[in-house]
Design a protein around this ligand. Structure first.
Ligand code: AVJ
Length: 322
């Protein structure tokens, strides 16, 4: 079967408006910040794919190790008829679940939800080609806003992998998990990937690699703003910073202005000043403790769970029941 036409819940103009709002809010704040979702244009998505193959970036390999070992248990426990992936990206790890669920029999539909129509079109086409007989749907949407648009019925398993939940601040995370639980019915399941707290000497290099790929990924948000809003950021004048916050247990990516700058953003009719050394926060990536994940899922009224890690204890995957 070929993939069905994409279902669009997020139009180009919604995306453009969202970018304008975020950039105005974040760059006029006292402590400047931008949300990480704007990294991922075509170039940013490619840079991220490169990051997942870096020797220093352990989360992708560690999560894959968990899924390779546990996919058949997930299939047996859930008996899912519909597999839904949030923020599908390249959907590579998804195949481990698709294989296990098709082997078991009973899987009828795969649904991917992503903000990027182009990424979605490519990933759903590949999956439709490789899993004949599977109904494949792509939904263009934002996982913080469109969970109520997910298809209903059948026993559903939702994948939220990669540790992307760590990009949300604690209160946003609580809101997300409650909305997720509300979108599910009793007997549906959530498979949640969370990077775990560990020595910063392992975490920091994963976000500040020797080859400089993460630095380019970080600066890419400035290129996106230049292109979409006609801004004149000089990305080369910003230094990549990755800093572990021990109190919050998250790593932050920042861009530090190497010199004083005035940046014009015609699309917002805005001019923004940077002092020399001023930092712009572009991402938080929270790391979790197993008991913290459990407490957050309990607070969101999930009913029960299984928790697995890779052999090195780097990354956690939780199967939670609605
Ligand atoms: C895709 C959000 C899981 O936080 O590790 C990789 C993004 N940022 N290197 C992460 C990212 C810098 C990644 N997530």
């Amino acid at each position: 079967m070929s993939a069905e036409p994409l279902e669009i819940h997020l139009e180009e103009q919604d995306l453009a408006r969202g970018l304008r709002e975020d950039v105005r809010l974040g760059l006029t704040a006292d402590a400047k910040w931008l949300p990480p979702k704007w990294f991922y244009d075509a170039r940013g998505s490619e840079l991220f794919e490169g990051i997942t193959r870096l020797p220093e970036y352990y989360p992708t390999r560690a999560e894959r190790a968990v899924l390779a070992r546990r996919a058949s248990a997930v299939a047996a426990l859930t008996g899912a008829k519909t597999l839904i992936e949030l923020g599908s990206g390249s959907s590579e790890k998804t195949r481990l679940l698709l294989d296990a669920l098709t082997d078991r029999g009973g899987l009828g539909t795969f649904v991917a939800l992503d903000v990027s129509a182009s990424a979605l079109r490519a990933s759903t086409a590949r999956i439709a080609a490789d899993y004949p007989g599977l109904r494949v749907r792509g939904i263009v949407g934002d996982f913080t806003r469109h969970l109520d648009r997910l298809p209903t019925g059948g026993r559903r398993l939702v994948l939220f992998l990669g540790g992307t939940i760590g990009n949300l601040l604690p209160d946003e995370r609580a809101a997300f998990l409650s909305a997720m639980r509300a979108a599910l019915e009793a007997g549906d399941w959530l498979l949640l990937g969370t990077d775990l707290v560990k020595d910063p000497s392992i975490i920091v290099p994963a976000y500040d690699d020797a080859a400089g790929l993460t630095a380019e990924f970080n600066r890419n948000v400035l290129r996106v703003i230049n292109r979409e809003l006609g801004a004149d950021f000089d990305p080369a004048a910003f230094t990549h910073v990755a800093r572990w916050d021990a109190a919050c247990e998250w790593i932050e990516m920042r861009l530090r202005a190497d010199r004083p700058m005035r940046v014009r953003i015609p699309g917002l009719d805005l001019e923004v000043a940077f002092a020399a050394g001023e930092e712009l926060r572009t991402e938080i990536s929270a790391k979790f403790r197993p008991e913290g994940v459990a407490a957050e899922l309990d607070a969101a009224e999930f009913a029960g769970r299984a928790f697995w890690t890779d052999p090195d204890g780097l990354f956690g995957v939780t199967l939670a029941r609605a």
